[in-house]
Design a protein. Structure first.
Length: 237
């Protein structure tokens, strides 16, 4: 028992000699004295109060509704013009408003006999007479007209529609005849057009799509899209 007591005393003495945080003595070192010499007698509280009051007054001022005019000397970009420049007036040109405009020229047009089948009278209403008819179509600018025969000046069309927002694509679901395309008019009827040759088929597709592309305003006009039928390869036996 005496040996255990001696061992514990030695351990305690060894731990006390180690600089543990709880065994270290607290030292109080005197802080250096700083002497401030100032001629101002304002305290920190008075300065903070003055800053707060100035900010409050600044927030109370309503912002100006209108910016300063360009001729206002307070404007940052104000430059005083000489008197001989400020008194001058701009006179219109002699030919102002008298320019000769170029004549109108239609660049998109096509006409000829073609087989026409009326599929729908309206987008959701099928046509009662869906037989193929041989008509003379005239595509002029953004207007398409149909005649029973080649028209003259006094001939009235069978029907006439605008090509604005019209859609022209291949009638791939119609397999009874070759060279058939579909013309969908905006909020109007829907036609199947059948040509006699492949060359005429491609030309009618190009002209109908070009007419629809130029029918809208420039601001709302999208990029033109063209659909050309694929070339069919003949199977060699």
């Amino acid at each position: 028992m005496l040996a255990n007591t001696a061992t514990s005393v030695a351990t305690t003495h060894r731990l006390s000699s180690i600089g543990l945080p709880w065994n270290r003595k607290k030292t109080i070192a005197p802080l250096p004295k700083i002497h401030l010499q100032s001629n101002f007698s304002l305290s920190s509280s008075s300065v903070a109060t003055a800053v707060t009051i100035s900010e409050f007054k600044r927030e109370e001022q309503p912002p100006s509704d209108k910016p300063p005019k360009y001729d206002d000397p307070r404007h940052p970009w104000y430059t005083a013009l000489p008197s001989y420049l400020s008194s001058r007036t701009i006179q219109p040109r002699e030919e102002e408003g008298k320019e000769a405009l170029p004549p109108y020229e239609c660049t998109v047009y096509k006409m000829g006999y073609i087989k026409v089948k009326r599929e729908r009278d309206l987008p959701q209403i099928e046509s009662r007479d869906r037989s193929w008819k041989k008509l003379y179509l005239v595509l002029w600018g953004t207007i398409i007209r149909a005649y029973k025969r080649e028209p003259t000046e006094k001939t009235q069309p069978v029907w006439s529609y605008s090509m604005q927002q019209a859609e022209t694509d291949l009638a791939t679901d119609y397999v009874r005849y070759d060279h058939v395309l579909r013309l969908k008019l905006s909020d109007g009827p829907q036609f199947l057009l059948r040509t006699y040759t492949r060359e005429e088929h491609i030309l009618w597709i190009e002209h109908l799509q070009a007419s629809a592309n130029i029918s809208n305003d420039l601001d709302s006009r999208s990029m033109p899209e063209f659909i050309i039928p694929r070339r069919r390869r003949r199977m060699v036996q």
